[in-house]
Design a protein around this ligand. Structure first.
Ligand code: URA
Length: 245
């Protein structure tokens, strides 16, 4: 990435403001290769030099890519007056970096939510042109069968007349009038899965996203937990965003 001013690096990572960087440098809280650097405007090469800020080594990343196990009751927004948002579940430095959710899950949907501060990738992944596949697991109040699988494949017409693209419905189990299903869609209309199942007479009782493109929700993440994407997951997402997935 080449040389960069220390204060620019620290603010881009959301670690502090420019003014705070200047004060930290003056007080000896910024080290370059282990030696105090009193001038926050000094330029360094973050690939070749080790920057330490307030005792923590700083590894510069141009962008961050996260997966969150979104819990129920939290909104997929960066700010909300009434409800807790997915950003409230992350360390404050991510908000300061401008991290945002890639697409949305309803407040009452749980599961995989990607977040990034890479606007270009976020936009490509949600673009209807790319048609990135999203896999959901749902419990629906009704008995679904082969006729519904066929209707999903042909493209469901929602109750307001909107026609959905072909989607995959897999029936995993039907018990006591409740169907446990998997639904794969390649678009992201408002409340799409809920409305598709409602259109087949089986309103959703529970909904969870399991995968987006090649990225699957890591089963070690409990609701509310998150981790950075691995380089392999990121490479697969980039390929899908570029239309090569
Ligand atoms: N479809 C829905 O109905 N809700 C979601 O949260 C995601 C897809």
């Amino acid at each position: 990435m080449g040389v960069q001013r220390i204060d620019k690096l620290l603010t881009a990572m959301g670690l502090c403001s420019r003014r705070e960087a200047a004060a930290a440098a003056k007080s000896g809280a910024i080290l370059v290769d282990g030696s105090p650097c009193r001038d926050a405007a000094r330029k360094i090469d973050p690939d070749a030099q080790q920057l330490t800020f307030r005792g923590r080594p700083v590894g510069y990343q141009a962008h961050v890519y996260l997966m969150l196990h979104k819990p129920l009751g939290v909104v997929s927004a960066t700010e909300d007056r009434e409800h807790k948002t997915v950003l409230d579940l992350l360390p404050a430095e991510y908000r300061a970096r401008g991290v945002f959710p890639v697409g949305r899950l309803d407040k009452e949907t749980s599961g995989l939510l990607l977040l990034t501060d890479d606007g270009a990738l976020g936009h490509a992944l949600t673009s209807p042109k790319r048609g990135v596949r999203k896999v959901y697991e749902a419990k629906a109040d009704g008995v679904l069968g082969e006729v519904d699988v066929k209707a999903f494949a042909e493209g469901i017409t929602l109750r307001d007349g909107t026609v959905c693209r072909s989607a995959e419905l897999e029936i995993r189990c039907v018990q006591n009038g409740i169907s446990a299903v998997s639904v794969t869609v390649c678009e992201g209309k408002y409340h799409q899965v809920r409305r598709m199942l409602a259109a087949r007479g089986a309103p959703v009782l529970e909904l969870m996203r399991k995968a987006e493109g090649a990225v699957r929700l890591d089963p070690v993440l409990a609701p509310g937990e998150w981790r950075e994407l691995t380089p392999e997951e990121l490479a697969a997402l980039r390929a899908e965003a570029a239309g090569n997935g």
